[in-house]
Design a binder for this molecule. Structure first.
Ligand SMILES: Cc1cc2nc3c(=O)[nH]c(=O)nc-3n(C[C@H](O)[C@H](O)[C@H](O)COP(=O)(O)O)c2cc1C
Length: 425
């Protein structure tokens, strides 16, 4: 395997095995090599030929194969990788892992590995909720196994609904990135735990940000005109809140400074509620120091110079003109601090034209380390559920495909965890 990162992918005997073919393809796109083990039951759902063709090398199926043992033994197979991934993780494989069985190649490799293990459970809701599976999952949690999914929804079996659907390939890929980012240089393991990613799904977290304080702003600000009226913008806070949840899932202590939004506070995150830009700056400064600061809020550039203390009346006359003054620039204020600047500062740029050019200029002007630029011109991004972002740094621009905001969040967190780990080296 020539790629710099690699996973050993164990494919169990569930109907969701076909989705794992997509995971193998996407791993290759990301430069992550996949070596595959297919269980005997797994072979009923996808063929070794399909798996080998996509992985670019033969897949392994048999514990007692003389040729395989001479070629690469089962112990080496389980260790010559950065991460072991089980998808679909059947009830049977989960039971074997929880009880230390080693009666086929998959379970033997899982018992013999010295690498972190991420599982993507997939099964009928009754099987998932059965006390035996609950016990086995609790054991895996104690063992530090990482988990992505399952999701809730309609099952392949007609009329069945509930938790047990395997996480979708993008969710599994994001979890793999998080788990790989959690490995410290030199092959030492970061703390593994069962966490939750945004979207209400059980999810994996590699502890990639364990021990870090991450400060995030989110949502719009409201700038008062009088006690009942204000100037606002269309930001929903969905992207910033998703990043806060993803950072918490990656093990960070997270402070979220949120403008007025109609979203619940993310679980496991300390959320500070503010209204105006000036309140937001004060809350941000109070939350420092931080290892990483991500300014995703859409802060109003201007406020009304002399907001009326009482409700303004029509009284048959014209409204007096509103005079506006500039708000403090939260991103520049924090990025340009001489003492107590966060180790890594990320700004967001919402633009309706010349997105990348404006973002480059903003990066230089504000003094931050990275700008996440997005085109909000008539695409429903503000308030919508998907986002197309460009990561702009002094070194260049990386453009991501249009993704659900939760996936943008988990990818961004994995990306930033790698940046921070790189800086620390
Ligand atoms: C059509 C069909 C679909 C199945 N889907 C699942 C599934 O999604 N999850 C699961 O835990 N078991 C499922 N099973 C049962 C497993 O295939 C069976 O428990 C098998 O022994 C698992 O082997 P493995 O864990 O070694 O892959 C299914 C069986 C059949 C016949």
């Amino acid at each position: 395997m020539s790629a710099s990162r690699s996973v050993l992918l164990i494919i169990g005997g569930g109907i969701a095995a076909y989705k794992v073919l997509e995971v193998i393809r996407r791993l290759k796109d990301r430069g992550i090599a996949a070596r595959c083990i297919l269980t005997r039951a797994g072979e009923q759902f996808v063929t070794p030929l399909a798996v080998s063709s996509l992985a670019g090398e033969r897949c392994f199926t048999d514990l007692f194969s003389l040729t395989d043992e001479a070629d690469i033994g089962h112990i080496q197979l389980s260790r010559s990788t950065d991460l072991v991934v089980v998808a679909p993780a059947t009830a049977d494989l989960i039971a074997k892992m929880a009880n230390g069985h080693a009666d086929d190649l998959a379970s033997t490799a899982l018992l013999a590995t010295d690498k972190r293990v991420l599982i993507a459970p997939a099964m009928n809701p009754r099987m998932w909720q059965h006390p035996a599976t609950r016990r086995n999952m609790a054991q895996l949690e104690r063992d530090g196994i990482l988990v992505v999914g399952p999701n809730s929804g309609a099952m392949a079996e007609r009329g069945e609904n509930g938790p047990g659907r395997m996480a979708e390939p993008p969710e599994i890929l994001a979890a793999i990135e998080l788990a790989l980012a959690g490995d410290k240089p030199g092959g030492q393991r970061a703390i593994g735990f069962l966490g939750r990613l945004p979207g209400g799904n059980h999810a994996a977290a590699g502890g990639a940000l364990a021990g870090r304080h991450v400060l995030i702003t989110s949502g719009p600000t409201h700038e008062p005109i009088d006690p009942v009226r204000y100037i606002a913008n269309r930001s929903s806070g969905k992207q910033g809140h998703a990043i806060a949840a993803a950072a918490a899932a990656a093990g960070a202590r997270v402070t979220l400074v949120s403008g007025p939004v109609s979203l619940p506070d993310p679980a496991g995150v300390e959320t500070v509620h503010v209204e105006s830009a000036r309140e937001m700056l004060a809350a941000v400064e109070a939350a420092l120091p931080a290892d990483l600061a991500i300014f995703a809020a859409a802060v109003a550039d201007w406020r009304v110079a002399d907001a009326a203390p009482e409700k303004m009346k029509k009284d048959g006359g014209a409204l007096r003109p509103l005079s506006l003054v500039e708000n403090p620039d939260i991103l520049a204020t924090v990025a340009q601090r001489t003492g107590g600047r966060p180790g890594f500062v990320v700004g967001f740029a919402a633009e309706t034209q010349n997105v990348i050019d404006y973002a480059r200029a903003k990066l230089a002007r504000k003094g931050c380390d990275l700008i996440v630029a997005n085109d909000v011109g008539g695409t429903g991004v503000m308030g919508g559920d998907a986002n197309t972002v460009h990561l702009v740094t002094p070194d260049g621009v990386e453009t991501w495909p249009t993704l659900p905001k939760e996936e943008v969040a988990s990818r961004l967190v994995a990306h930033l965890a790698r940046q921070i780990a790189g800086k620390a080296e």
